[in-house]
Ligand binder design. Structure first.
Ligand SMILES: [Zn+2]
Length: 255
């Protein structure tokens, strides 16, 4: 089995990789409050483990995918629960830019961003667009929620929000140690109705509004119902995310 993580490889091992065909996966997460039962690095944990599984699935299709260290800090400015460590949007975009530029400086042509945090996609999209203008390198952004949205809506009973049924189920499936006795339920007023995940994440969105100070309306940090979470629900979502992302990478290499 080939090594998966960039940081575990030697300089010569990285130097010997096929620069045209190797896919470099850039996981982007966040450090922010995730209720009384989940770790503050929940998004980073999830996206790191998904990236590892995607790279393994790529190996099974004879594709080399290497995962760089997860960008642990994301854009969480509106999420003021204890434990938040956030980058301002301009800092976040600069960090993503510099990381991708370093990968290009190493000679690699195929980069994919795998995102696990809902505050990041707008800024990732701007960065990828401007990066293309500068370097003519296309960086697709795969958001694990969006790529599995139909499965999420089929599997979970509530809408995918934050530290809730969906996110807790995925965390359980990926092996996070969670005390489910601490899982709670809180459904605060939202400025838009979200019956299902596709209604907030589906494209085109009917209404786009900024992320608002949810901490004033939701004390527990669980937006939704975490008590409904199960490992089995999470496994179904993770399976779809890994299979579809690896499938996308195969197509991307032919582009
Ligand atoms: Zn999260």
């Amino acid at each position: 089995m080939k090594k998966i993580f960039w940081n575990e490889m030697t300089m010569n091992e990285i130097g010997a990789l096929d620069k045209e065909k190797t896919v470099i996966i850039v996981p982007t997460g966040a450090i922010e409050g995730h209720g009384p039962h989940l770790r503050v690095d929940c998004d980073s944990f999830i996206v790191t483990e998904i990236a590892r599984r995607v790279a393994l699935a790529c190996q099974n299709q004879d594709i080399t995918a290497v995962v760089i260290p997860t960008l642990q800090f994301g854009y969480s400015e509106w999420m003021d629960y204890p434990g938040k460590i956030s980058l301002r949007s301009k800092t976040f975009r600069s960090v993503v830019w510099d990381v991708c530029k370093s990968i290009v400086d190493n000679g690699f042509k195929k980069i994919i961003i795998l995102n696990g945090h809902g505050g990041n996609p707008n800024f990732l999209a701007i960065t990828a667009q401007e990066f293309y203008q500068e370097y003519k390198v296309i960086i697709p952004i795969i958001d694990y929620l969006r790529i599995s949205i139909d499965i999420i809506d089929k599997v979970i009973e509530t809408s995918f929000r934050h530290a809730d049924e969906g996110e807790t189920s995925v965390s359980l499936a990926l092996g996070m140690d969670i005390d489910m006795k601490k899982a709670t339920k809180e459904v605060p007023y939202m400025p838009h109705e979200i019956p299902k995940a596709k209604d907030i994440l589906g494209a085109p969105q009917k209404v786009i509004i900024p992320l608002t100070k949810i901490t004033e309306r939701c004390k527990s940090g669980v937006i939704g119902d975490a008590t409904l979470a199960t490992k089995e629900k999470g496994e179904e979502i993770v399976h779809a995310v890994v299979e579809r992302t690896a499938g996308y990478i195969k197509k991307f290499l032919q582009y």
